[in-house]
Design a binder for this molecule. Structure first.
Ligand code: ZN
Length: 454
């Protein structure tokens, strides 16, 4: 009885209203965008002039990592502030369970109106990503090239509604993801074309050639198609944000990032999914908040997906769940003296990318040098010196066993389940329909298919 009364009171307790000066927050996820293919990050092609203009009015982080190599785990890390080995939403077959507090829940409970619009089946109702959102628009079906407009139109319509509350909008665009078949003229912006694969067949091509060497001209063609798709995405982003009117008249904190990159044969690997190569895990992070964040700066602090929740919490001055592993970069964004670096086992600002116990990596500085240690399927433990080998191609673990030992120590201290078998827990395992399995296979995500243990 007492419990019932307490529960009843809790349900009737009004949620706190957001402060009068609380901003709107628009969090944009550009699926499958590697940072070095963006104008802002030094790409020779003008793939993203609009994003570049936003960066000029805000801040871009030059050393930004995704927490994983696939859509589900990285977005789950963005929403929860947890490493993938803690939330265990490893792929489409494993949903984000409700006991984790998400960014949307946090903001909703502090007075924000929460809306989301997504353009991949990975966010469907069974994924667990809708928790905390009052409006949740799904555009994961149908022609890929038309989804972004649906996403933009859906969000713009909701933002134009009269509403006193500040708004949190999660906006997800899928244009850069294979197939690289943006409409004309985007596919021929930087390459006249090849006989095969046709742009619409690039998903299948990647699937069939994922781990085999591909000739240089074909790699260059795929990368040019991809760049054209990023330009299409950038134009869609412009259509969404240019002149965007939010009825409540509040200021807007805009955050733009990505969930993973894309490989074009740098390590004889195409696409993304489970490997932790640099080209697959380095992603953009651009933040703009007029009047609050001094514009026109680049920050070389290392950031990761799990840092977004603590950073947003600190910028808004709202409490976040205790014990989260990420850290806030609010001070650096505001231009005041930033928090000192974090050192674990002698490793400065370690970042963990984690897909599964057999596919993870850790990046950090040791004795002033930047290292990466990684363990991937079919590979021994490897170590790279990123200062002289930024693409992480030459394994130097034999020459640097001490450093490898310290990086492993940092990994263990951060909770990485080093050398353990994949979790057998089935709490979050989804039962997929035949149609869902076929769609996943068509997208090239065979390794995300898991079935409950018999
Ligand atoms: Zn993705």
């Amino acid at each position: 009885m007492v419990a019932w009364i307490l529960l009843s009171l809790a349900c009737r307790t009004p949620k706190p209203a957001a402060p009068p000066d609380a901003p709107n927050i628009i969090l944009v996820s550009l699926d499958t965008v590697r940072s070095d293919h963006l104008t802002t990050y030094g790409h020779s092609r003008d793939t993203a002039p609009y994003l570049d203009s936003i960066a000029a009015d805000g801040v871009s982080f030059t050393d930004s990592y995704a927490q994983a190599s696939a859509t589900t785990p990285t977005h789950a890390s963005i929403f929860t502030g947890l490493h993938p080995y803690d939330h265990e939403a490893y792929g489409y077959s494993r949903k984000l369970v409700s006991r984790h507090v998400t960014l949307a829940e946090l903001l909703r409970d502090h007075g924000w109106r929460t809306i989301a619009a997504t353009s991949s089946m990975k966010f469907d109702r069974g994924s667990g990503f809708s928790q905390g959102f009052e409006d949740y628009l799904l555009f994961g079906d149908g022609a890929k090239n038309r989804r972004s407009k649906k996403v933009s139109d859906g969000v713009r319509a909701l933002l134009a509604e009269e509403n006193e509350r500040p708004v949190f909008a999660f906006v997800h665009y899928f244009d850069a993801h294979a197939p690289y078949a943006a409409p004309a003229p985007y596919t021929t912006l930087w390459h006249p074309g090849m006989d095969a694969p046709a742009p619409e067949d690039t998903t299948r091509f990647i699937q069939h050639n994922q781990s085999t060497p591909v000739p240089g001209p074909t790699r260059a063609y795929l990368a040019a198609l991809y760049d054209g798709n990023i330009r299409f995405l950038d134009d869609n982003l412009r259509s969404f944000l240019d002149g965007l009117a939010i009825a409540n008249g509040r200021s807007t904190l805009l955050i733009i990032t990505s969930d993973h990159g894309e490989a074009f044969g740098e390590h004889n690997y195409l696409g993304h999914s489970s490997k932790v190569y640099e080209e697959i895990v380095q992603v953009p992070l651009v933040v703009r908040w007029p009047g609050q964040i001094p514009p026109g700066r680049t920050l070389d602090r290392r950031v990761q997906s799990i840092d977004l929740l603590p950073t947003i919490g600190a910028l808004l001055d709202i409490p976040i769940p205790e014990g989260l592993p990420g850290r806030s970069h609010a001070d650096a964004l505001r231009g005041v003296s930033p928090t000192p670096p974090r050192v674990i086992a002698g490793v400065t600002d370690p970042v963990v990318i984690f897909n599964r116990p057999r596919n993870w990596g850790l990046i950090g500085e040791l004795d002033g040098r930047r290292f990466k240690i990684s363990r991937q399927t079919d590979e021994d433990l490897r170590l790279f010196t990123l200062d002289s080998d930024p693409g992480a191609h030459r394994d130097v673990i034999a020459q640097h066993s001490r450093e490898a030992g310290l990086l492993m120590e940092a990994a263990v201290a951060l909770g990485v389940p080093v050398g353990k078998r994949p979790s057998q827990q089935v709490e979050n395992l989804r039962q997929l329909s035949q149609e869902q399995v076929e769609r996943l296979e068509a997208m090239g995500y065979i390794d995300e298919l898991e079935q409950p243990p018999q």
